[in-house]
Design a protein. Structure first.
Length: 563
């Protein structure tokens, strides 16, 4: 390996890659948008280069070339699974730290990936063999049976996905999934797949070199989720009777597609039957890679870089042995007590847990902003133990010690999950958070900084700031809206924006009669869609926003009159 590595990402994964480069003696080149100027990665990297967008492949390749990069590491998210970006990197004479562009394209097309999995003898859920449109979706859905999922054909991370309980919900789900997929991935095609109502989410970590060798580095359980996005992950997957079957299936698929680098094959296990089925293959590093590192002793980012340089797999990982158990909590700037609503703001104080069995992977420090333009992940807290119970106890202690002020986070909520008997007994499924483990607002904010309540009045927004620490609280009233996390309540009963956001859909027009709970406007913040619903039955008197508008916290959306 020679020269520098351009890190084509942001946040905690960019910091993680910079530190791996440092370990290998490689010079790191960070990129940042104007929003991220001065962020942690720009402070720890050897060079920081401004770009207008993390999605501008040409600008990223130009920055890599201009600064003498040897390779480009895409991290996860953004362009990490963009085949065009992988191809552009290689065409520029650089090394793409990941699989070949053809593999990225094949696995990124979820319909094609399903077909390749089936051809490799990997079990696949019933679903459509191609994208569907409203014209023939009903016939396809009837053949699959309800409940089912509408899923983005290109992308992942839980975006562009909707559960459909019955025929009456299908059309709305298609529209919503297509819109979200187009916004997130640039392509709105969707397909249908049978929904496993009670499922475990298990994944297998694979590594492959440029010489045909492929290995499995164990597995992970990622069943604790909200909105099809993971919250807690652990390795190895507990109580997994089909472990050998999943490992062998993953090796077959990786070998069949000519995989190189680090990748993850994901499966759903039906809680009622125990049957596994292929979900997708992620052609990149995973957010949860750290738990695999803790139980195998293999640094996956270092391994990615060494494999990209052409080293042999055996020389990179040696004999793979899984020891003990590790659990990770994702620390996201979200308010669990408000439906995991994204909450951008500034971290005014931060106390990070320490200990011999604890690891903190964070992308920010005290004083740093958590911008609303990007996803809500701030970082992860991980703990290792000789067994699952010990790892959970150590992670619980670490979450108790973590203190974040300025934005609410998922930390306190995840701490309560670790205490749940059904979690300890591995009796939960992917729907437990939203169905059985509804978080309370007080639990979400007890140690993660102040909450703010915006009251819309005829004299403008009035902000009530309620700092909380270890149960103590005081109220501070200011005359201007804050930029931190908010819960919006309109004095007139009219819905207002709960935070700075972009309008992606307006579902009503003046004169419409709406029922209580009907969706009025759909907002997007921190890469999440947020429906704003009618608080009561009413007639819509006026609509103040249109798709594409930017709204600020407390801003008027619609005016409701009498029913």
């Amino acid at each position: 390996m020679l020269g520098s590595v351009l890190v084509a990402n942001r946040g905690e994964v960019a910091v993680r890659i910079v530190r791996a480069c440092r370990e290998l003696g490689l010079r790191s080149i960070a990129v940042h948008t104007e929003v991220d100027a001065g962020s942690l990665v720009t402070r720890v990297a050897d060079v920081a280069v401004p770009v207008t967008s993390y999605l501008d492949a040409d600008a990223l390749v130009a920055a890599a070339t201009a600064h003498g990069a040897w390779a480009v590491h895409p991290g996860y998210g953004l362009l990490a699974e963009d085949a065009g970006f992988a191809r552009a990197v290689v065409d520029a004479g650089l090394v793409f730290v990941g699989p070949p562009a053809g593999v990225v394209a094949a696995m990124g097309d979820k319909v094609r990936a399903r077909a390749l999995a089936r051809e490799s003898g990997v079990p696949v859920l019933e679903g459509t063999d191609g994208p569907v449109s409203s014209g023939h979706a009903r016939e396809a859905a009837a053949a699959i049976g309800y409940p089912l999922l509408v899923k983005a054909a290109h992308g992942g991370g839980g975006r562009g996905m909707r559960v459909v309980a019955g025929p009456d919900d299908l059309d709305a789900a298609l529209v919503a999934a297509e819109r979200e997929a187009a916004a997130a991935f640039g392509r709105g095609e969707v397909f249908l797949e049978r929904h496993v109502a009670r499922a475990r989410h298990v994944e297998v970590q694979v590594l492959a070199d440029h010489h045909g060798a492929v290995a499995v580095l164990g597995d992970r359980d990622c069943t604790v989720q909200r909105r099809h996005q993971k919250l807690l992950e652990e390795a190895p997957a507990p109580d997994l009777p089909v472990r050998d079957e999943l490992h062998e299936a993953s090796l077959r698929l990786a070998a069949a597609v000519g995989y190189r680098g680090a990748g993850t094959v994901e499966f759903l296990l039906d809680r009622d039957t125990g049957a596994p089925a292929f979900l997708e293959m992620n052609t990149r590093l995973q957010v949860e890679h750290g738990v695999t590192e803790m139980v195998t002793g293999v640094d996956l980012v270092v391994a990615q870089l060494r494999l990209a340089a052409g080293e042999h797999l055996q020389d990179v990982v040696g004999e793979i042995e899984v020891r003990g158990h590790a659990i990770q909590a994702r620390i996201a700037a979200e308010d669990p007590g408000a439906g995991f609503r994204p909450s951008p703001g500034r971290i005014t104080a931060l106390s990070v847990p320490t200990g011999p069995w604890v690891r903190a992977d964070l992308g920010a420090e005290a004083g740093d902003a958590v911008p609303g333009e990007y996803d809500s992940l701030v970082g992860k807290i991980l703990a290792w133990g000789p067994d699952r119970a010990t790892a959970a106890t150590r992670l619980a202690g670490a979450l108790d010690d973590l203190a974040v002020t300025g934005v609410p986070t998922t930390a306190s909520y995840l701490r309560t999950v670790l205490d749940r008997p059904d979690h300890a007994a591995m009796a939960h499924d992917t729907g437990s958070v939203e169905r059985d483990w509804a978080p309370e607002a007080s639990a979400a904010t007890a140690t993660t900084g102040p909450r703010r309540l915006l009251l819309a009045t005829d004299r403008g927004p009035l902000a009530l700031r309620v700092p909380r620490h270890r149960g103590e609280a005081e109220v501070e009233v200011t005359a201007a809206p804050t930029t931190g996390p908010t819960t919006a309540v309109a004095a007139t009963g009219d819905p207002v924006a709960p935070m700075d956001a972009t309008v992606v859909d307006v579902a009503v027009k003046a004169g419409d009669d709406v029922a209580a709970g009907a969706v009025l406007v759909v907002l997007e913040a921190m890469k999440m869609e947020l429906p704003v619903r009618a608080p009561h039955a009413a007639r819509v008197d006026a609509v103040h926003v249109a798709p594409g508008d930017r709204v600020t916290a407390g801003g008027a959306l619609v005016v409701l009159g009498s029913p």
